[in-house]
Ligand binder design. Structure first.
Ligand code: GN1
Ligand code: MG
Length: 498
């Protein structure tokens, strides 16, 4: 047993989390710049093996590990339920927090180190760069879906694990402080890079202001959507699980989109020294936009769509100024492998910003084109359905569903060959999970939400032999009385078959 040299308190980890089996060894898995991650392998009595992902939480970055883990326990539990409801494999499609013998989501060593443990996702891999554009498309779908799944998560229960994380204006203020403090005397050597940032101050407040003016909606977002924060299935290459949930907080969809483009739509690594190799790749931008909009586009507002290109540039500028600021501060935040590492990273980001600025018009054009292609039909349906909604109550919904099924299902009895009432009872609307797709104000001024769900009728193949899926929507109005109590009233349902 390699207990002696392990860079983690092995025996304590085994005791606290109650791992069984024989310890085989560990692998270092430090894809990120913040936490230290290890995979620990154990051999079970029956000869099989089990691996665990063990992480040393960076408490310099995450100052309040209790709040951090409360967020993650909440979000992972919520996602787990959805995966189970959808018939997926929760051990592979979401993270699971292991609890200690004292029922805590992490433990603290005598010297203050905080250790946590997750399930190790088997049969999957992370990607550091894009060899095949399909990978980027799959990452986009995974992040877009992640955002949709969390659309109804109670965001008020989430702690802000890093305050002002993507508040670019406040990041800019931090940067200016790093320049004026110049703790390591490095500023004079990087004046050109400093000026690059300072000349773009005007950009830094744009999204923040739109959020506070109500022009952009606050959502539950991931906030660190690097390509290597998705696990891809080894066989299908689908993005099966979004990881690194430390920064899941209320935020803008644009943060998630922009940060993915920053990292993934580049022709080189984040720390490539040869800047001639670093270019913004608009083809990859298109691929990501297509994947992201196919998963989340229908729930985005027009303003969100419009600012997708700008957010890509802004998130890249923000990350660059964070790297450069950390270089000036003496590299206290991001893990580095050599003294100039943060400076090298900052330079790649600025090169990408320049490229994006040059291609901004083209980015805007292709974004609109993709949006038209991917989302227009769905939007149109949503509006048409909204107009019909108040016409249908639940009984009528069941009725239509049953009739639709009779007409389309290969196995259903023909209309007339059985009692319609009995049939309707059999094919009652199943319990299912709705996702919010649109918000509006009802005619009496109350907030109105449109929810959507898909019911797959796997056993009832259609006459053409294809799997049947029913999409249906419901409208819910929220009523608030003078004491602030709220009640949700379902106004109506509508089916859109597909
Ligand atoms: C950090 O941990 P990692 O490597 O996924 C950072 C992100 C940066 C990213 C740059 C908590 O992410 O914000 O965009 O490095 N995470 C935190 O590569 O600061
Ligand atoms: Mg991270």
């Amino acid at each position: 047993m390699q207990t002696q040299n392990a860079p983690f308190p092995l025996q304590q980890i085994i005791d606290e989390f109650g791992f069984e089996g024989e310890y085989i060894g560990y692998r270092v898995s430090n894809d990120g710049h913040i936490n230290n991650t290890f995979v620990l392998d154990f051999k079970n009595a029956d000869g099989s093996s089990t691996s665990y992902l063990v992480q040393l939480i960076n408490t310099n970055v995450f100052k309040n590990p209790d709040e951090l883990m409360e967020n993650i326990v909440g979000v992972t539990g919520y996602l787990r339920n959805i995966v189970i409801e959808r018939g997926g494999d929760p051990e592979r499609e979401c993270l699971r927090v292991f609890f200690t013998k004292d029922d805590k989501p992490y433990f603290r060593t005598e010297n203050g180190e905080c250790w946590r443990c997750y399930n190790f996702i088997t049969g999957a891999h992370a990607c550091q760069s894009i060899d095949d554009p399909k990978t980027f498309f799959n990452a986009a779908k995974a992040f877009g879906t992640f955002q949709c799944l969390l659309a109804d998560y109670p965001s008020s229960t989430l702690h802000e694990t890093i305050p002002n994380f993507h508040n670019t204006r406040s990041r800019f203020a931090d940067f200016k402080k790093a320049v004026s403090d110049d703790l390591k005397g490095r500023a004079a050597g990087v004046q050109e890079e400093i000026d690059f940032v300072l000349s773009r101050e005007g950009d830094t407040g744009i999204l923040v202001d739109m959020l506070s003016n109500g022009e952009l909606p606050l959502r539950v977002t991931h906030n660190d959507t690097k390509l290597n924060n998705v696990m891809f299935d080894n066989k299908t290459d689908e993005g099966i699980c979004v990881i690194d949930l430390d920064t899941v907080m209320p935020g803008l969809s644009l943060y998630d989109f922009g940060d993915s483009i920053r990292f993934g739509a580049s022709t080189a690594a984040e720390d490539e020294k040869d800047l001639s190799k670093v270019n913004f790749d608009i083809e990859l931008y298109k691929v990501y936009t297509e994947g992201y909009l196919s998963a989340a586009g229908k729930s985005l507002t027009d303003a969100e769509i419009e600012y997708l290109p700008f957010s890509s540039k802004l998130m890249t500028l923000e990350c660059g100024m964070r790297f450069l600021g950390d270089y000036l501060n003496g590299d206290t935040y991001f893990r580095i492998d050599y003294p100039e590492h943060n400076l090298v990273r900052a330079r790649t980001q600025f090169k990408l910003v320049e490229d994006m600025e040059k291609q901004m018009n083209e980015m805007k054009k292709v974004t609109q084109e993709i949006y038209e292609k991917v989302c227009k039909q769905k939007r149109h349906t949503a509006w048409r359905v909204r107009a019909m909604l108040s016409l249908m109550d639940e009984r009528q919904l069941r009725h239509s569903l049953a009739l639709w099924t009779m007409k389309n299902s290969r196995f259903a009895p023909q209309p007339g060959s059985c009692e319609e009432a009995a049939f309707i009872k059999t094919y009652a609307v199943p319990q299912t999970r709705f996702e919010r797709v649109n918000s509006a104000v009802s005619s009496n001024g109350r907030p109105l939400s449109i929810f959507r769900t898909v019911i797959r009728l796997a056993d009832w193949q259609s006459r053409s032999g294809q799997e049947c899926a029913l999409v249906y929507l419901k409208a819910v109005e929220t009523d608030t009385d003078s004491l602030g109590n709220t009640a949700e009233i379902t106004l109506g349902y509508s089916i859109v078959s597909r």
